[in-house]
Design a protein. Structure first.
Length: 263
């Protein structure tokens, strides 16, 4: 459990609010500039490199130290400047947008939805973050193959992990949002810290993929894409879609328009 101190608007006094701890809290700690999952790779590479240098094995030392340096780049974990405006979905991954389409999602949403797919190369940030504020209502890991993440078939045959959020964003409350972590040709390990009933803020980290991969996002029908194929997006920061407008807001707008017409 985490204790946070806030000011009460009624008493102007400080109160302590307890927030349930999540396994992903370490990824969201600003002090962790590197994902904790990368520490064994960085330390291991550096240790082998130093031993190899001491033994005079120059080639091995160079390779090991280069791997340690690469791991520092790969596991970097900058905290995003997530936009606060209501009704937005941010990118769950950093990389290149390779799919923007309206399609039928048969397994978890069982409905037509806005589908956005992002390809991550080995130098992109590989931490995955929640695209919307919401509660985790479904998790499913599927073992599979490791073909290139640029292939159209990878979302069907590769190792992958599905995280379904019950959206709590304005205009889409209660709608389901699906994020799928997909391993690629080089990636051999999907890490997901999310648990059922965990609550996530928009832009909050829930896992990562090692090394090179793809992340698919499925948003409620009516969401308006704000990215196009070929664009590069940044995890937790880039707005990829505007969620459907709240029906109540739409009705109110219609009422104002009707009143203006009558006047």
């Amino acid at each position: 459990m985490i204790d946070c101190r806030i000011m009460s608007p009624d008493t102007a006094s400080e109160q302590i609010v307890t927030i349930p701890a999540k396994p992903s809290d370490a990824l969201n700690d600003p002090a962790h500039k590197l994902a904790p999952e990368g520490h064994p790779f960085i330390r291991g590479g550096a240790l082998v490199g130093m031993i190899a240098l001491a033994m005079g094995w120059g080639t091995l030392a160079l390779l090991a130290l280069a791997f340690a340096a690469f791991s520092v780049i790969f596991f970097r974990n900058p905290q995003p400047a997530t936009p606060a405006r209501p009704g937005l979905a941010v990118s769950p991954a950093s990389g290149k947008v390779i799919v923007v389409e309206e399609a039928f999602e048969p397994d978890f949403l069982r409905a037509r939805a806005l589908h956005i797919a992002i390809f991550l190369n080995v130098v992109d940030i590989h931490v995955n973050r929640a695209p919307v504020k919401g509660k985790v209502v479904d998790l499913h890991y599927h073992p599979g193959r490791f073909i290139s993440a640029t292939s159209d078939k990878c979302a069907e045959v590769n190792e992958r992990n599905h995280v379904v959020f019950e959206c709590a964003e304005e205009g889409a409350t209660g709608a389901r949002v699906l994020v799928t972590q997909i391993a690629g040709l080089i990636a051999r390990r999907i890490v997901c810290h999310a648990r059922l009933a965990d609550l996530y803020r928009r832009g909050e980290a829930f896992g990562l993929i090692r090394f090179g991969s793809r992340t698919d996002l499925w948003l409620p029908l009516g969401s308006r894409a704000q990215v196009a194929v070929g664009e590069r997006v940044r995890v937790g920061e880039s707005v990829v879609a505007e969620l459907p407008a709240a029906p109540a807001v739409e009705r109110a707008a219609d009422g104002v328009a009707d009143a203006g017409a009558e006047a």
